[in-house]
Design a protein around this ligand. Structure first.
Ligand SMILES: *Cc1c(COP(=O)(O)O)cnc(C)c1O
Length: 217
């Protein structure tokens, strides 16, 4: 696979779902990938990237941004409270707002800095104990509390359980977003982004299908 193939599959999935062309944003997930592969995708003109680790992103993106203007960087990994400040300096969007203590800290720092990234609330649709995210039954209240503290929310994000059919998880997330007046839906990865688009995804997070397998060495 390549960037061009994935982009074409996204356009086809939009068409099939009766969605407007370009209504889905492709986040190229570059975590752990060798710099050369990331540069190759930048050279093809792609500008939206996702990273999982603040430290890794801080090590490579400031220099890449100088060379390739217009980059939009999305945080898609768990965000530790002691990394929020660096995250606010680095990222244009955070997809992993998953707990009240993080919301409180974000609200305070956003008020100080005056700049707020796009925020997505991560929902643990599979209710997996090892996975981050607000539980589905707590999501409406969590969204309301974030809004009450002045955080502007863009949407919801989920990572369905690995061995499950993702479709019901995408549907639950889409319902939850609709009833809370949230337009953004960050869902779908290499194996299931077309299904996510059929279910209404606005942001798909695709890594290995663009860059190749990650080598964690
Ligand atoms: C790594 C990661 C992705 C990309 O996964 P692929 O299967 O390589 O497409 C997407 N979303 C999150 C949250 C990730 O951690």
């Amino acid at each position: 696979m390549s960037l061009t193939d994935i982009a074409a599959r996204i356009r086809a999935a939009e068409r099939e779902a009766g969605r407007a062309p370009g209504s889905v944003t492709l986040i190229a997930v570059s975590k752990v990938q060798p710099l050369g592969r990331v540069e190759a995708v930048l050279e093809q003109g792609h500008r939206v990237f996702g990273e999982n680790y603040v430290q890794e992103a801080a090590g490579k993106w400031p220099a890449l941004r100088d060379r390739f203007p217009g980059v939009s960087l999305h945080m898609i990994g768990p965000l530790q409270s002691n990394k929020v400040k660096s995250a606010l300096e680095l990222f244009d969007a955070i997809h992993t707002l998953d707990r009240m203590s993080l919301a409180t800290k974000l609200a305070r720092l956003v008020a100080e800095h005056g700049r707020c990234p796009e925020l997505f609330v991560q929902v643990n649709t599979g209710e997996e104990p090892q996975k981050a995210g607000v539980l589905p039954r707590d999501a409406d209240a969590f969204i309301a509390e974030c809004r009450a503290m002045g955080l502007g929310l863009s949407g919801l994000m989920c990572i369905p359980p690995e061995d499950a059919d993702p479709k019901p998880h995408f549907a639950v997330l889409a319902d939850m977003a609709a009833r809370n007046g949230l337009a953004g839906l960050s869902m779908g990865m290499s194996a299931d982004f077309e299904q996510a688009i059929a279910a209404g995804a606005t942001h798909v997070r695709v890594g290995s299908a663009i860059f190749g397998a990650r080598d964690y060495g």
